[in-house]
Design a protein around this ligand. Structure first.
Ligand SMILES: *[C@@H]1O[C@H](CO)[C@@H](O)[C@H](O)[C@H]1NC(C)=O
Ligand SMILES: *[C@@H]1O[C@H](CO)[C@@H](O)[C@H](O)[C@H]1NC(C)=O
Ligand SMILES: *[C@@H]1O[C@H](CO)[C@@H](O)[C@H](O)[C@H]1NC(C)=O
Length: 195
């Protein structure tokens, strides 16, 4: 599920996502996230929800029980300040940081969050005036944002940027800190539920 995208390809896409003549709203109803870390394999990869975890690249894992008229479920959209996913399923799906430091989301129809998890704070930080995007931030446990950690099957899992995180390779030094670009989206409820 690894995607190699060059900045040459993605910069125009990012610019097109929100017309630059229209500054991003200070408090968008929803946003998507893209990693920025130049000269790295994660530069400009989209953040996706799958398996109750978050990943850079690939695609979201979604489910819709309706026989027809399901929302597209083709991208990962966060709601409000980024403490929840933007979904249709009643009860919603919360975002938290597990005791291991991983960015996680709750299963549909369940409020279960493991004891010792961090509930935030998460924030949508507006960009400079006239900038079409802001940043997604997590500052719980003294963290300053996020990092991506390589897994054995060559994916990048998203963690809070914490020195004491328990990461797939066993060594936090293998992880890459990244800036989480938050692109305001009008696609609230783009997905019934993430799985
Ligand atoms: C990791 O470090 C943070 C900040 O020092 C602390 O609040 C948290 O409890 C630590 N987590 C673990 C699992 O040790
Ligand atoms: C995230 O929050 C930390 C701690 O408040 C701050 O140092 C950092 O600049 C913030 N990042 C962004 C992109 O706003
Ligand atoms: C949503 O955003 C897209 C891209 O900016 C725009 O083309 C579309 O008209 C918007 N839809 C609504 C309902 O605002």
């Amino acid at each position: 599920m690894k995607l190699e995208l060059t900045s040459a390809l993605l910069l125009p896409l990012l610019a097109a996502a929100v017309p630059s003549t229209r500054p991003a709203p200070e408090h968008p109803a929803a946003f998507t996230v893209m990693a920025a870390r130049s000269a790295s394999p994660i530069h400009f990869l989209p953040m996706n929800a799958a398996g109750q975890s978050f990943w850079l690249g690939g695609s979201p894992a979604t489910y819709c029980p309706l026989p027809s008229d399901c929302p597209p479920g083709d991208k990962t959209v966060l709601a409000g300040s980024g403490a929840a996913l933007s979904v249709v399923v009643p009860g919603g799906q919360q975002i938290y940081v597990s005791p291991e430091g991983a960015l996680k989301f709750t299963q549909a129809h369940s409020a279960y969050i493991p004891p010792g998890s961090s509930y935030g704070p998460f924030a949508y930080v507006p960009g400079a005036p006239n900038q079409p995007f802001g940043h997604y931030n997590y500052t719980g446990w003294g963290a300053s944002g996020f990092m991506a950690c390589p897994t054995e099957d060559e994916n990048w899992q998203v963690f809070a940027a914490l020195k004491n995180a328990t990461v797939p390779s066993g060594n936090v030094a293998d992880c890459l800190g990244f800036s989480a670009i938050a692109v305001p989206s009008n696609e609230t409820g783009n997905t019934w539920q993430y799985t």
